[in-house]
Every structure is written in C-alpha cells, then in structure tokens.
Unconditional design. Structure first.
Lengths: 121, 281
C-alpha cells in the first residue's frame, strides 16, 4: 500500500498544524467538513489548501480523541450534512496548542533572526 | 466496535464525502462553471475517494476481523480474476502437498515408525552356520542346548511360520500361521487386547489345542467378537479354540495372523526339524 502510506505521511507532516487549524476554525461555531476546508482556505488568504485526504482522517481522529463532536443536520440546501463542534476538552486542547505554536514561533524567530534577539537584550 | 456499527459508520462516511462533493460542485456552479466542469473539478480536488475512505477507516482503529474479511474478499476477487493462474497455483499446491504426504508416509513406515515390540534393540536372531558359511536354522537339540546353557540372553524362544488354510472365521483364508515356543510371547513382551496368552498347560502335547489371532484377523474375520470361546478355528487339519487377541500391529514373524503353540505342530514330525529360532538378548 505505498499510495496509502504517502497519504498517511502527508497527514503526519501536517498533523500538528492541521489539528490546530481545525480546532481554531471550529471556535467560531459548528461547521461541516467542506465548510472547514473553505474557512481555512479563505482565512489563510488562499495560502493553505487543505487536502481532503488529510482533512477527513484528521476530523475522525479529533473526534476519537473527543476534542470535537459530530452530529447530522440538514443544511440550507436541504442536504443531510455531518456537522462538527468543539467540545470542552477541545477548547482546552486548542489553548494548549496555541501556546505551543506561539513558543514554536518565538523559537523559530530567535533562530532565524538572532540579531534581533541580541539587540533586544 | 461491532460489525454492524462499522457498517453504519461506513455509510455515514460515504454520505459525508458525498455531501462534501455536492457542496464543492454547488459552489463552483455559483462561480459560473458548467455542471460538468464543476463535477469534474470537485472530484479532482477531492482526489482518490476510496483511498481517503480507507485512511479514515484506519483512524477508527483496529477491527481486525473486518480488515481480515476485506483482505479475504480482495484475495478471492484477485484469484477469480486470474482464473488460470489460480488453477495452476492450486494444482501446484495440491501436487506438492500430496507428494510430500506420500513420501512422508513411506519414510514413516520404513524408517520412523517404531517396531511393535518392546525394546526392539535388545532382540537378536540366532542362526547356525554350515561348513560353507551359509546360514541355517537351529536344529531342535541345539536350540535346547543353547537355551539351557544360555547366560548372555534373557531368554530364547523359537518360531516357525508357514502359509496355512485357516477357516472358522467369516471366510476361509490362506494366512501365515506361526507356531511358537512357550516363551515366545513373554520374550517379545507382546500384550493382548483380550483373552489370555499361552499357559504352560497349552504347550504339552495332547493339551486342548489353542490359538492366538492378530488384531486385524479378529476385526476382519471374527467381527470383533467379544465371545472368543465360541470361535473354533481350523488350521489345515488341526482345530483350535481362540484364547486371545494380540495387540494391534504385532504380526511377527512374517505377517502372521494366527499363532499356535509349537508343540501342536510337533505332532507332525517333518516340521519340527525346519523350525527357525528366535532369541532375545
């Protein structure tokens, strides 16, 4: 199953960030898979194109971890859609991932721009 | 997760991805694409649907039963698609297995199966040699001398076998009949399935003639009867009552099916001279 592996590798590469992106997107309210992918795309100014092959496995994984919850609803177009919602556990996870991401950015900034750090000190 | 739950989840995943595609199509059409363009683009953007489903199912985690069933189904489909290849593979396997089995059963019978005697490594056969170096059977007086002066062997017994017409069972048959000396069965340490072995009284000339039969003979020609006393065998011109059945597999010497005390045959003088002897260390 080499093709399958390729997909899973891609998930792993994105895993940290994709989880954060999904949780952050759901903070604005319940949303279905397609909506989540569109929101990430729009909010990143079309920089991030979420791969559907990564999104659905990620959604199901987050649901298994009980960070998000799902229920079936009928959309405006009278379609049955599966809508995901952030849970209390998911909100905590989002907070910790945000602070981790912040640390990562600070660390990266320090390495990429050492002079800026020194001048501050 | 039960199989039923899994089927439901499977359906929901289909529906979820289906609705994703429809929404993507819808958006594209609103942006002015034709329905065909929209459908094609949405599908291309989605990628390999069955692969996405497979990876997502993998996230649900280990229902190894349904995974195995899927693998089995897949295997069967592939086999059915390549019928010629499958047939050749099956035939090859069948040939391989049967050849191995056949060879093993021969090797087992010839080399591996233990002899149906207790401590076969302690059994020896004693011969005399004539002047030209040819083996010959022990003469009776020599055997008696050997036995009485024996210190090296636990005991010595003699046997002789020949084809004889045996009747009295379900059908008359020419079988190997062995006449054996009194200590033959104790020396070979053969056990009986039923009945009794030869007693000293049976060995005296003029005693009521008795016989032991092989397990095979008992099964095949005596219908595994439990009433041995009712069975009267005729061995050539002699009649004998069956007193016991020998353990399965024991048919020494020379695939014998009936054993009688040697002394019974000693009535016929010509036969005593040619009796071969067996001995046990």
């Amino acid at each position: 199953m080499p093709r399958n592996l390729r997909y899973q590798n891609r998930i792993e590469l994105l895993q940290g960030t994709l989880d954060l992106l999904v949780l952050q997107t759901l903070r604005w309210g319940p949303q279905h898979g397609y909506g989540i992918s569109q929101a990430i795309r729009n909010n990143s100014r079309e920089l991030f194109q979420v791969d559907t092959g990564s999104l659905y496995p990620a959604l199901h994984r987050l649901q298994k971890q009980e960070w998000i919850d799902a229920e079936w609803k009928v959309s405006e177009n009278k379609q049955r859609v599966k809508v995901y919602r952030l849970t209390a556990l998911g909100k905590k996870q989002l907070a910790s991932e945000r602070s981790r991401w912040k640390q990562l950015m600070q660390g990266m900034a320090g390495i990429l721009n050492p002079n800026a750090e020194e001048s501050k000190a | 997760m039960s199989l039923w739950d899994r089927e439901k989840r499977e359906q929901e995943l289909d529906e979820e991805i289906g609705s994703h595609l429809r929404m993507a199509e819808h958006d594209r059409m609103e942006r002015g694409q034709t329905p065909d363009e929209a459908r094609y683009a949405a599908r291309r953007e989605m990628g390999n649907v069955s692969l996405i489903k497979e990876v997502t199912r993998g996230i649900w985690g280990g229902n190894w039963v349904s995974t195995m069933i899927q693998d089995l189904r897949y295997g069967l489909r592939v086999l059915r698609r390549n019928l010629g290849f499958s047939l050749i593979a099956v035939l090859t396997l069948a040939l391989g297995i049967s050849a191995t089995t056949a060879i093993f059963s021969v090797v087992y019978g010839v080399l591996l199966r233990p002899l149906p005697y207790d401590k076969p490594e302690q059994l020896v056969r004693v011969w005399e040699k004539n002047a030209s170096g040819k083996r010959m059977n022990l003469a009776d007086p020599n055997f008696l001398d050997f036995r009485s002066r024996n210190h090296s062997l636990q005991g010595m017994a003699s046997f002789y076998s020949e084809l004889a017409l045996v009747s009295g069972g379900s059908e008359a048959k020419r079988l190997m009949v062995a006449s054996v000396s009194s200590d033959f069965f104790p020396l070979m340490r053969v056990s009986l399935v039923m009945g009794r072995g030869f007693a000293p009284e049976d060995q005296h000339p003029g005693a009521g003639p008795v016989a032991l039969v092989s397990y095979n003979y008992w099964k095949q020609y005596l219908n595994s009867t439990q009433h041995l006393s009712a069975v009267k065998l005729r061995v050539d011109i002699h009649s004998a009552s069956v007193i016991g059945v020998v353990q399965p597999g024991f048919r020494f010497p020379e695939d014998s099916d009936v054993w009688i005390p040697q002394e019974l045959y000693s009535i016929v003088p010509s036969r005593t001279r040619t009796t071969p002897r067996s001995s046990r260390a």
